[in-house]
Design a protein around this ligand. Sequence first.
Ligand code: NAD
Length: 328
Amino acid sequence: MKIAFFSYHSYDKKFFEQENSKEFELHFYRNPLDLDSLKLAEGCDAVCVFVNDDVNKEVLDGLKEMGVKHIALRCAGFNNVDTDYAKEIGINVCRVPQYSPNAVAEFSLALIMTLNRKTHRSYMRIREDDFRLSGLLGFDIFGSTVGVIGTGAIGAKFCKIMLGLGCKVMAYDVKENEELLGLENFSYASLDDIYAQSDIISLHCPLFPSTKHIINKDSIAKMKDGVMIVNTSRGALIHTGDVIEGLKSKKIGYLGLDVYEYEKSIFFKDLSDTIIEDDAFARLQTFSNVVITGHQAFFTETALTNIAKTTYDNLHKLSLGEECLNLV
Ligand code: NAD
């Protein structure tokens, strides 16, 4: 089977080559998949894409015309693919629903610890030989109330990490996770109760029309003054303009983002020689109580190995017409 990889980076190539059992012929392209680049998939059975490749109707039509049969997402989220249309025209879409929930859950904790104890600021200060502590005051995580929205694979791991640190965890999900029920200091609660009582709110639900902008001016108004919000899920769960207002009014005390609503034109690229045209992003970067990382929560060796293995397994099953549980 011939696979065209779009938006690839050196690390994708390394892990996909490492895990290839020679069943697959790999072609790597730096370009994102779009109407111009799709010609690169000529003669391929499958395309392998990532979070910001926009696989819309026109792209799907183009792929279909060239005989591409499968779209393999090397990520969990699939909001960037028109899956209904893909189904309609008979193109399979598969994904990697889980590659390392620990990686993302642990990274959420990294953002919380950085924001709270301000290690991003102390690192810079020490490099300037400034050893003052003023402005670096944190709080004990132990005893804090943590609100978790979405308790699937990642959210559940995150709940357990925070319980292990001695927090009270309140969670909301449309479907309760049995793995968490009965754990000491854990309870499911309404979103309003979570907003009212949480010191830290961490987002772990997928991006759906129903969850888009779940963090907006109305939900922010219901939160505790000085609340910490952390998003390692999908950028558009947060209304960017509203959190900027929340930060300016000091209602939001800390914001940790590994994903950003308009990340598509920014993340995974070296833009150090260019001008950032996104004013909202530039404004976010001016706050010392905001930490932004470029969609790296998943980025561990364990996760990249699992992504390659599962993608190959998905395509192997699809090519043989076997049942593939990771079909979207
Ligand atoms: P999952 O499918 O295991 O869990 C998602 C949970 O969200 C489910 O329990 C589901 O019931 C719940 N949910 C659905 N609608 C909801 C709603 N309206 N309100 C509250 N909860 C709702 O997914 P996962 O593996 O835990 O991943 C969660 C998200 O993390 C993914 O959708 C993806 O967007 C994101 N993610 C980010 C990275 C990263 O590198 N930053 C990596 C992997 C995944």
